[in-house]
Design a protein around this ligand. Sequence first.
Ligand SMILES: Nc1ncnc2c1ncn2[C@@H]1O[C@H](COP(=O)(O)OP(=O)(O)O)[C@@H](O)[C@H]1O
Ligand SMILES: [Mg+2]
Length: 249
Amino acid sequence: MTTATALTTAARVADAVKVYGVGDTAVRALDGVSVAFPAGRFTAIMGPSGSGKSTLMHCAAGLDTLTSGAAWIGDTELGALDDRRLTLLRRDRVGFVFQSFNLVPTLTVEENIRLPLDLAGAAGEAEWIDALVDTVGLRDRLHHRPSQLSGGQQQRVAVARAFAGRPDVVFADEPTGNLDSRTGGEVLGLLAGTVRRTGRTVVMVTHDPVAAAHADEVVFLADGRLVDRMESPTADLVLDRMKAFEVPS
Ligand SMILES: Nc1ncnc2c1ncn2[C@@H]1O[C@H](COP(=O)(O)OP(=O)(O)O)[C@@H](O)[C@H]1O
Ligand SMILES: [Mg+2]
């Protein structure tokens, strides 16, 4: 250890292989990926469509299982957990933001944000939830239903919900995929700002260089392999790097 600021790891995979299907139709979506996501940072997983980004996220988050290799949340190896423990881990230690907001339509904004805590039977910390509501700017919408909100507002509810239980890591899969660029930029700023202010951890899948530029670091996937990493990304640098992956037509 050469510095006192060595980062701990919020999530990681080692030699991760994921094969969908069998025989002639088998797809090797992950082809031996090893990557660690440091705690307290915002990491983007970037790559062309079909490069294995969502598969990597799902396997790292315990939503899907690896064909071989291993995945950890903190020090917990996911492959060692039975279904019940895996469900509890997902509920208590991981937060999710998806492209399609996935709010419960019959619940209010406040109830949606508190849902992970209520499912866990946890009281939650009022101050933390209160701060989250202010962070996402929804104080005056707490008693609205999702259908009464814009897309950007709905995704802000999903962001607050993802952080409500103070998870070890929040995984986001194309969180701005259904938003216009201005609204998407607000949601990305929220994710980045929450990481910087609270020291939480975010791992975000995106194919958009502008979105990736909000992260502290970008890891690049191509054909199911980790091919590069970039610290302090800018949209231009990410775009340049992505051009190298494009198949010449
Ligand atoms: N459930 C599945 N069954 C079969 N093939 C899949 C499944 N999910 C993903 N794939 C394939 O695995 C590869 C990686 O997919 P994915 O992880 O979704 O990529 P990305 O998120 O980078 O677009 C693609 O070839 C995709 O078609
Ligand atoms: Mg995907």
